[in-house]
Design a protein around this ligand. Structure first.
Ligand SMILES: [Zn+2]
Ligand SMILES: [Zn+2]
Length: 166
């Protein structure tokens, strides 16, 4: 039975709802895109939800799918599309067309009370900032202890652990 999640931005211009079969804030992504757009603690936390159930009420939604070029540095690009409020800048969710059945709301944008995750998945660790010390607790990376987090799409965790993003 999926759980309905309600989310919004800080200024209230964007509200959304989506159904999730694994409503745990369990995915910690340390890539530089997540860190800069939604990861004040050195990582962003997102969860899995069913993209086809997404309903959006938005006065000012924007999506960014490519990082800006930085002078003198080649950048890897991400196929992920990051959605944020154009007015207040709140990071809302990530959508990656490689896994079209899923969308990944940032836990920080969800207003519904979420359960404490029984385990966490640490992604893109090779891109983490030097000052970040991941807290693995007793769980191991990709421990698979979250119900349905792999079975919903089979390859999501393996794919997200690749080096396509930075
Ligand atoms: Zn807003
Ligand atoms: Zn990331």
């Amino acid at each position: 039975m999926p759980k309905k999640l309600e989310g919004s931005c800080r200024c209230g211009a964007v509200h959304f709802s989506v159904e999730s079969h694994a409503p745990y804030p369990f995915q910690l992504c340390y890539c530089s895109i997540c860190r800069k757009t939604a990861g004040g603690g050195g990582f962003a936390i997102n969860l899995h939800a069913d993209n086809k159930s997404l309903k959006v009420q938005a006065a000012s939604l924007s999506a960014c799918s490519r990082p800006d070029r930085r002078r003198g540095r080649a950048l890897h690009t991400s196929s992920g599309q990051r959605n944020f409020c154009r007015k207040c800048g709140t990071a809302l969710w990530l959508y990656d067309p490689q896994w079209p059945a899923l969308m990944h709301p940032f836990a920080s944008a969800i207003d519904t009370r979420l359960p404490v995750p029984p385990g966490k998945v640490h992604l893109m660790l090779k891109f983490k900032a030097s000052w970040v010390k991941p807290d693995f607790g007793r769980a191991t990376p990709n421990s698979g202890s979250i119900p349905n987090c792999r079975s919903r799409n089979g390859t999501a965790n393996a794919g997200y652990g690749s080096s396509r993003r930075r």
